[in-house]
Design a protein around this ligand. Structure first.
Ligand code: C5P
Length: 286
């Protein structure tokens, strides 16, 4: 049996810089990976099948699932039993389904004795067929992502961050948010310095960047504004922003204790929200 961790993907910045003739949007995003995520296990079987458990299992389709699409892309003839322990909320802007597809691609490569994926333009273009965020999730390393998501530059020296992730249990449709963005040709992200002296300097740099999908997502799901306000109101929160197309938002904190305290504070006032404290970094899986 092989196991893979599918960490949540957090877009610390997300600039929408244009739109291709086929409708896909050009993005410029700094992505880091969380210490929280889904867990997958792979073993040999006579057919291809997927079983799911965990706190978020109820929302996962076992037909047409991104995990099964990854299996078909890798080898449509081969079989396996894939088990998914689902802890990330679906359609939430932190890449749950995408990270699962990427983890399935890695795990099944091992199970089926295929070469381990290597980070080349060819690999990224191939796995982008599963979704625009799959290339960055395949290696779960901090990266700058551009194009529609298939151009990846790893950023190995970013400081690790202490964070809180909050989802108000509002599912947001990514295409709907893209449609609502008023301006498609926004300025790209600033050049990412190769190193930052410390966490505070990194956060100051992040403050000058944006998520161009945030206002559009708030217009669709106004509860996102409340999430941002609740995180910002916690003790020692340095920065808060939405991830991806929402509705999950993150807060950054000077250390793990502060993040843990903030998560506890939000959970008390909003017991119905999904709230997790975590670190953001490479959380690389192989
Ligand atoms: O690639 P993925 O299946 O995750 O994308 C879902 C939808 O989001 C696409 O069908 C498209 O409408 C939109 N999208 C986009 N530009 C991107 C990524 C996604 O317009 N770069």
């Amino acid at each position: 049996m092989f196991e893979e961790f599918a960490p949540a993907k957090v877009n610390l910045t997300l600039h929408v810089t244009g739109q291709r003739p086929d409708g896909y949007h050009l993005l410029d995003s700094l992505v880091m990976f969380a210490s929280v995520g889904d867990h997958l296990a792979f073993k040999r079987a006579d057919t291809l099948c997927l079983t799911v458990d965990g706190p978020e299992a109820h929302a996962v389709p076992t037909d047409g699932n991104s995990v099964l699409s990854a299996a078909s892309l890798l080898d449509p003839q081969s079989a396996a039993h894939i088990h998914l322990n689902k802890t990330l909320p679906v359609a939430s802007g932190i890449g749950g389904g995408t990270a699962d597809a990427a983890a399935a691609y890695r795990g099944l490569s091992k199970l089926w004795g295929l070469p381990a994926p290597v980070p080349t333009a060819q690999t990224f273009a191939h796995v982008a067929k599963l979704g625009a965020d799959v290339p960055v999730c395949l290696f779960s390393r901090s990266a700058r992502m551009s194009g529609i998501g298939e151009q990846i530059v790893f950023l190995p020296d970013l400081p690790t961050l202490s964070a809180v992730l909050v989802n108000p249990r509002a599912e947001v449709s990514t295409p709907a948010v893209f449609k609502t963005i008023p301006r498609k040709g926004n300025a790209p992200m600033a050049i990412v310095p190769p190193t930052f002296a410390n966490q505070a300097e990194f956060v100051s740099w992040l403050e000058l960047q944006r998520n161009d999908m945030q206002d559009a997502a708030v217009a669709i799901a106004p509860v996102i504004a409340e999430v941002l306000a609740q995180i910002a109101a916690t003790t020692s929160c340095q920065l808060t922003r939405m991830s991806g197309s929402g509705a999950t938002c993150f807060g950054l904190f000077p250390n793990d204790q502060a993040a843990q305290k903030a998560a506890a504070q939000i959970s008390v006032t909003h017991p119905d929200w999904w709230v997790q404290h975590c670190t953001l970094g490479n959380n690389a899986t192989s």
